[in-house]
Design a protein around this ligand. Structure first.
Ligand SMILES: Cc1ncc(COP(=O)(O)O)c(C=O)c1O
Length: 434
């Protein structure tokens, strides 16, 4: 069925903009908490699926961005397959209803290193391993694996949304350098494995045009080497559709990606003389705008200017980098609002959390320096919302400082709200101790 082309829009009335609703939820579940909006998530899933709505083109979800069962079930309903990166992610995908096996390979397992239960899970569940270094062929062989493998290559170009995300080039750890791909194929064949997929993830460069150019270049590179891969069934161009965290409603020209994917599928099929499957596996674009973190302002305070630097207004909140680590980790920008406070005067303020870490600050610039944000003058007791946290938000949360992970709530289209993960307790934390 061909999708009607729809531009991607963030629905205007999200629960994160409704102060009364948020107060009610805060009273019931405490703060901080995450709130998902099913409509926003579905609109994003629909948008990605629209880009793969051509013969032989298939979307996966890089589940590391948000591995919660409810989110995976939404992906599955929409026909989106899974890219997993650990044995446990494979098991979580299965828990959400995805089948193991490779007919078709709905779950792909992309790894830089096999650790923990990964090899055991690959063998038991029969999922397609996407091998990222030559030695992994020998490790699969030693484990008794003789099935199909995918080969992740480093094409030598591409980069992520920030400098820390180096996804392609000499300084990237991911994949096998492209000139070694044939040698690894030969090693795989000698070990009784068929290389059925070629894969690369070049990352969501900061600009859409750059991503588009890099994906076209990647398809050309694959078309050059694909003919010698006689067992090839598919080629994956990886993930990386960017989400604009500063202007989440800005329209991304996804129709250009649909044309690119359809063209690449034809190009690669022509190069090999058989119909290949062209895959993509975005993570963040599906989920980023669909969840927000809601925290309580616990205090406002200020430092004074002295010989070390200018004074700063601080807004203290009860959420920290244990909940949303992206700003502390790479200076990532998240919009911050105080629902119901839009008429107040704006003041510059640094927003900081409860952790015993000076780096527990949400407002940073690209070089990770403190950057006060102009916000409606915050007051103790306000609720503060950190937007666009659906990707690598809860997924990267930790229980550092023995603070339990905040609960995730889910707003359905009809307005009903349910809890999809509860708050982590000290009993959960102590359960691991022997
Ligand atoms: C192999 C692989 N595929 C897909 C993705 C998803 O990238 P994004 O969330 O930027 O779309 C990642 C992200 O790190 C990745 O490593």
């Amino acid at each position: 069925m061909r999708h009607e082309w729809r531009p991607v829009k963030t629905p205007a009335h999200t629960p994160a903009a409704d102060p009364e609703l948020l107060e009610r939820l805060a009273a019931e579940y405490g703060t901080p908490f995450w709130i998902w909006d099913a409509d926003v998530l579905r609109s994003r899933i629909d948008a990605v699926v629209s880009t793969t709505d051509s013969p032989g083109v298939q979307a996966r979800f890089a589940m590391k961005a948000s591995p919660t069962t409810k989110v995976l079930q939404e992906m599955r309903k929409a026909g989106v397959w899974i890219d997993s990166v650990s044995g446990n992610e494979v098991l979580r995908a299965k828990h959400a209803g995805y089948p193991g096996g490779q007919e078709p390979p709905e779950i792909c397992f992309t790894a830089d290193v096999f650790r923990d239960d990964a090899l055991k899970v690959v063998l038991k569940e029969g999922v397609l391993p996407n091998v990222g270094s030559p030695g992994m062929i020998a490790q699969l062989k030693a484990a008794g694996y003789t099935g199909a493998v995918s080969l992740r290559v480093n094409p030598g170009f591409g980069h992520g949304h920030v400098n820390e995300c180096d996804t392609g080039g000499p300084s990237s750890k991911h994949g096998v350098w492209i000139s070694e791909a044939q040698a690894v194929r030969e090693a795989a064949e000698a070990a009784g494995m068929r290389v059925t997929m070629l894969h690369a993830h070049i990352g969501s460069g900061p600009q859409f045009d750059e991503l588009h150019a890099n994906l076209s270049r990647l398809a050309d590179e694959f078309a050059t080497i694909a003919p010698t891969f006689k067992d090839l069934e598919g080629v994956s161009l990886g993930g990386g559709i960017p989400h604009d965290y500063k202007n989440p409603d800005s329209e991304i020209p996804l129709e250009r990606l649909r044309d690119l994917f359809a063209g690449a599928q034809k190009q690669l099929s022509a190069a090999t003389g058989r119909e290949l499957r062209l895959e993509i596996e975005p993570g963040r674009f599906y989920v980023a705008p669909a969840a927000a973190l809601v925290a309580r302002v616990t205090d406002v305070k200020a430092t004074e200017t002295n010989e070390k630097g200018p004074g700063v207004n601080f807004t203290m909140v009860d959420a920290g980098f244990v909940d949303l680590v992206r700003p502390a980790m790479y200076g990532a920008f998240h919009r911050i609002t105080i629902p119901g406070a839009q008429d107040r005067d704006h003041v510059p303020t640094v927003v900081a959390g409860p952790l015993c870490e000076s780096g527990d600050v949400f407002t940073r610039d690209d070089s990770e320096m403190l950057q006060p944000r102009e916000l409606p003058s915050p007051a103790t007791g306000d609720l503060m919302v950190f937007h666009d946290g659906g990707a690598y938000g809860y997924a990267m949360a930790s229980n550092y400082n023995s603070i339990g992970r905040a609960p995730q709530l889910w707003r359905e289209s009809d307005g009903t709200i349910t809890q999809i993960t509860r708050r982590e307790t000290v009993e959960d934390i102590l359960k691991l101790e022997i």
